[in-house]
Design a protein. Structure first.
Length: 311
């Protein structure tokens, strides 16, 4: 009889799949031990993937990205596990406590993943060229998993922002972009005639509406539902800077800004009046300064800079 059969037998006798032991739940223990059959059985029996775990464990998603358990699975299996937990209802935006005592902060499973990544002094803080081939494989695998987590978090936030826009339409609310001449369309916002008219009026001005918004009856200026890096997904332990165009997304460093811009944000951050620099295929081409910065970043290692002040 294997672990899955034992779990099935216990559940058949009304065992509670959502109890805690030493900070862990049955689901997190199955994740930590690498028993995918047990995970499937627990999820089928309504084990809660969002159960708040104690003693620094975080949640089931945190266990899936914890470097202490990475040798139990291949990279592809770890990514598949994260996707499985999300599909089972796992909330990647669930608040997770990082650190201990007075120096603890609230983040997400993405922040937890980076927190654990930086605790490995050898892998995280050694120059890439000085790592052995095996250590480079570990570094690359961890980075790919964190990239996947960042993508899932961004998708979750965008989904909530889309729902907010739908709710506004149902309640007759007309919200506007915090930028006068640019619009972020990643969450489904579309430019209105009033937006274009106001953009024309503001042409040549340098005042930012986000710094001194107008007050208009029945008009709501959009604010981010969740402040995070639009590329890597981190929300704590980093200094976030707003996109200078649409003023609705944030970045934690220049590398994330350039990468996100090149991969998707240049198609979401549109100018309300005038023309952007678009190439033959209709995609915006980078400005000379952007190309220069991108070339510099390509020469550097795909580097993550630690900034967790609560370590």
């Amino acid at each position: 009889m294997n672990a899955r059969d034992i779990i099935r037998l216990l559940l058949a006798h009304n065992a509670n799949p959502n109890v805690l032991w030493s900070g862990h739940s049955p689901l997190s223990l199955a994740i930590a031990s690498g028993n995918d059959l047990a995970i499937d059985e627990l999820l089928k029996s309504k084990a809660d993937p969002n159960l708040q775990l104690t003693k620094g464990v975080g949640s089931s998603l945190c266990c899936a990205v914890n470097t202490a358990y990475e040798l139990r699975r291949t990279l592809q299996a770890r990514i598949a596990l994260v996707d499985k937990l999300i599909k089972a209802g796992g909330n990647i935006l669930m608040p997770i406590t990082l650190g201990h005592g007075k120096r603890s902060v609230l983040g997400t499973a993405v922040d937890y993943g980076y927190y654990k990544f930086f605790q490995d002094q050898r892998i995280a803080h050694t120059p890439y060229h000085a790592l052995s081939l095996g250590e480079r494989d570990i570094y690359n695998a961890r980075k790919q998993l964190l990239d996947r987590m960042g993508t899932l978090l961004r998708e979750a936030v965008v989904l909530k922002e889309k729902q907010r826009l739908l709710d506004e339409v149902q309640h007759g609310i007309r919200s506007k972009s915090p930028s006068e001449r640019f619009l972020y369309t990643g969450a489904g916002a579309v430019p209105s005639v009033d937006d274009i008219v106001e953009a024309k009026k503001s042409k040549g001005k340098t005042r930012s509406r986000s710094k001194s918004p107008k007050t208009e009856p029945g008009v709501l200026y959009r604010k981010p539902l969740f402040k995070y890096c639009y590329q890597c997904g981190r929300s704590v332990g980093v200094k976030l800077a707003v996109c200078t165009r649409c003023q609705e997304v944030f970045y934690c460093n220049k590398y994330c800004k350039v990468k996100a811009w090149n991969e998707w944000h240049k198609d979401e951050c549109i100018r309300l009046i005038g023309k952007d620099n678009y190439g033959a295929k209709g995609r915006r081409t980078a400005s000379p300064d952007e190309k220069k910065n991108a070339d510099k970043d390509k020469e550097k290692k795909d580097h993550i800079v630690e900034n967790y002040s609560f370590n």
